[in-house]
Design a protein around this ligand. Structure first.
Ligand code: KG4
Ligand code: ZN
Length: 335
């Protein structure tokens, strides 16, 4: 079963071909990061325009790298939300037009559910029940997964997402965009020494990162000029605070729920300090997709669609974008 996946929810134009939900035949990602970096964040109109320019060449490259013609494709998978409406529309319309023209089934995929399925694109296949920690630019969710497509939301961020905190923290420190990789780079090999707060919210499985961001801002404002060594310490201390809270809360929830594994996903899961913290402190088995599968890509969309298709979940050609699609749980009732 060969699925063509398309992903345009934010600022990456991505197309992939995946066999049987696990084997990547091609995974092409055209990043717009350099274009948006000069604005310090994503400009939605620029993103959708760029998707329009890039989507067909990316589609052609993905099919040729996979040595796949339309006759070899069994279904088309497309992210329909959550995301930027103008960006989502480009991918959804290309997917619908291709599915209609080729007479192929169309499968709408929730972007967050797709992030989880990046964990199936590896030799080590996940085991149920598992606890999913989805940490991206827009979401920080803890989701209990008891089977394919079976989810229960356990916790979420009450304010900033973890990736958003990295991006805002990097901006406060005068580092580049996107903030996560920028903070990770300057924090490398630095022992954090600054005291920054952690919002534990211990009676719940929720997260909060806005107080941490404000504390960093106050530290910066109190210093006047910033030297390179202090910025590196601040970046390492900020990163450590986010990593400790994400990992500790995920591990506590996983042990309480008695799951067999923790599955990390989303752009922040590419952070090596987070992986290192899990490796040193997590008593349970955990999986982290390789970095290029943590950040936005279309292979995860195709992987997710494979299991939806197995369950008979196919969408009509009237599929529309749902920019505010909030989490993986309601997606189940949409098909
Ligand atoms: O999953 P993703 O590619 O897109 C969304 O769905 O949002 O995540 C992007 C987010 C950005 O906030 C970025 O700063 C963060 O993931 N990120 C990282 C790293 N790589 C990307 N955060 C921490 N460390 C990284 N290495
Ligand atoms: Zn994402």
């Amino acid at each position: 079963m060969r699925i063509l996946g398309i992903e345009t929810s934010c600022d990456e134009t991505a197309v992939a071909v995946v066999e049987d939900g696990t084997e990547i035949l091609s995974n092409v990602v055209a990043s717009q990061v350099d274009i948006h970096a000069r604005y310090g964040g994503i400009v939605p109109e620029v993103a959708s325009r760029q998707h329009m320019l890039t989507i067909l060449p990316v589609l052609e490259r993905a099919m040729s790298q996979a040595k796949t013609g339309w006759q070899d494709v069994d279904a088309i998978a497309i992210t329909f939300g959550p995301g930027l409406s103008g960006s989502l529309l480009v991918g959804v319309n290309v997917a619908k037009a291709s599915a209609l023209a080729q007479g192929l089934p169309l499968i709408g995929v929730n972007h967050l559910e797709a992030h989880i399925y990046a964990n199936w694109l590896d030799d080590n296949q996940p085991l149920f029940p598992c606890l999913c920690l989805i940490v991206s630019g827009g979401h920080s969710d803890l989701v209990l997964m008891t089977g394919h497509g079976e989810y229960e939301k356990i916790g979420r961020t009450r304010d900033d997402a973890a990736g958003e905190a990295f991006d805002k923290g990097a901006r406060i420190l005068g580092l580049g965009y996107p903030g996560g990789p920028a903070i990770e780079a300057v924090a490398k090999n630095v022992v954090p020494s600054l005291s920054l707060p952690r919002a534990w919210l211990r009676s719940t499985d929720d997260f909060s990162f806005s107080g941490l961001k404000t504390a960093l801002l106050h530290l910066v404002e109190g210093r006047g000029s910033l030297d390179v060594a202090w910025v590196a310490d601040a970046a390492a201390s900020f990163q450590q605070a986010i990593v400790e809270v994400l990992a500790t809360k995920a591990i506590v929830a996983a042990e309480r729920l008695g799951v067999r594994q923790i599955l990390l996903s989303g752009g922040v899961a590419a952070n090596t300090a987070l992986a290192g913290y899990f490796a040193s402190n997590c008593p349970l088995p955990f999986l982290i997709p390789r970095p290029g599968l943590c950040t936005d890509n279309a292979a995860m969309v195709a992987a997710c669609a494979y299991y939806r298709l197995q369950a008979g979940m196919v969408d009509g050609y009237g599929l529309d974008v749902v920019p505010s699609l909030s989490d993986v749980v309601p997606s189940l009732s949409l098909s």
